[in-house]
Design a protein around this ligand. Structure first.
Ligand code: GUN
Length: 285
């Protein structure tokens, strides 16, 4: 079997075009224009690139974004102070704290301070809890982007065996909840999982997010499995590859997301969607 390549870049472009129209319509109807506050803390180079891309996407569709940068040594209390200010600032609709944060800062404590109504990342315990209870509100961007891709490609997933490899708060765990909500029989594997290959062999759908270049091999997977690759790894030669070994998987899977151009553009699209959703849900009358 030769895989169908899921073109995230193309789908993202289409959705972003629709979102741009939505914002134009808001302008014409004199509704508020969504405004996103982005907090960049420390000097993580990848974070700087991700934020740059998010800001470009905002600008392209008409969302206003403002970045607040803080030094690596900033105290937790000062970040929280800033978040509290942004929470009460009526002109700000969404707040994003780019992760990872410097080691000394308690990430969960910081994320909990963001008002759940401004939580564009869907990481607030209330929003995660609502998803867990089958009543989603603001949803984490990468898992939401993946669900959108599966829908756009009309891939039926109800009742299938889904395996998530990687149990992070950003991707793995909310992904598990999304797939469970969609009716998959869901397994989550992580660094302590014994006999990972047994789970891989049995999976109809695999979402992999572990940050290990070309880890998942075609010979391990079920014929016709759907492979969703969240990894972004830079090789020594500068090439960007995913967590799945595209060349070996391509011959065996039914669908595969490429890296780059698969899941990545959808994460940004979900952020834009969430920012507009907040305006519609909490600010429009
Ligand atoms: N770092 C890596 N992915 C993400 C994400 O989706 N949101 C935030 N805030 N930080 C990230």
């Amino acid at each position: 079997m030769i895989s169908k390549i899921i073109n995230g870049k193309k789908i993202a472009k289409k959705i972003q075009k629709k979102l741009k129209k939505k914002i134009l319509k808001r302008k014409m109807n004199k509704l508020i224009i969504p405004k996103l506050a982005v907090l960049l803390i420390g000097d993580n180079e990848s974070s700087k690139i991700y934020i740059k891309n998010k800001k470009i996407a905002c600008k392209k569709i008409g969302i206003i974004s403002k970045t607040y940068t803080f030094p690596q040594k900033i105290l937790e209390i000062d970040i929280i102070k800033k978040i509290k200010k942004l929470n009460t600032n009526k002109s700000i609709h969404g707040i994003l704290v780019q992760l990872p944060l410097p080691k000394k800062i308690n990430t969960l404590k910081v994320l909990r301070e963001i008002s759940y109504k401004k939580d564009v990342d869907g990481f607030h315990p209330l929003n995660i809890g609502l998803l867990c209870q089958r009543n989603p509100n603001l949803r984490a961007c990468t898992p939401l982007g993946i669900m959108t891709l599966l829908k756009k490609y009309k891939i039926k997933i109800q009742g299938i065996n889904a395996l998530i490899i990687g149990a992070s708060n950003i991707v793995g765990r909310p992904m598990m909840l999304e797939l469970l909500l969609a009716g998959c029989t869901t397994t989550i594997a992580h660094r302590f999982t014994k006999n990972l290959y047994q789970y891989i062999k049995n999976a109809d759908l695999i979402v992999i997010a572990i940050g290990k270049a070309n880890f998942l091999k075609g010979k391990w997977i079920k014929e016709g499995a759907i492979i969703i690759d969240v990894g972004i790894n830079r090789l020594k030669n500068g090439k960007i590859v995913g967590d799945a070994d595209f060349n070996s998987i391509y011959k065996k899977a039914s669908y595969i997301t490429p890296v780059p151009g698969g899941v990545g553009p959808m994460t940004v699209t979900s952020l834009l969607k969430n920012t507009i959703y907040i305006c519609e849900k909490y600010h429009d009358r």
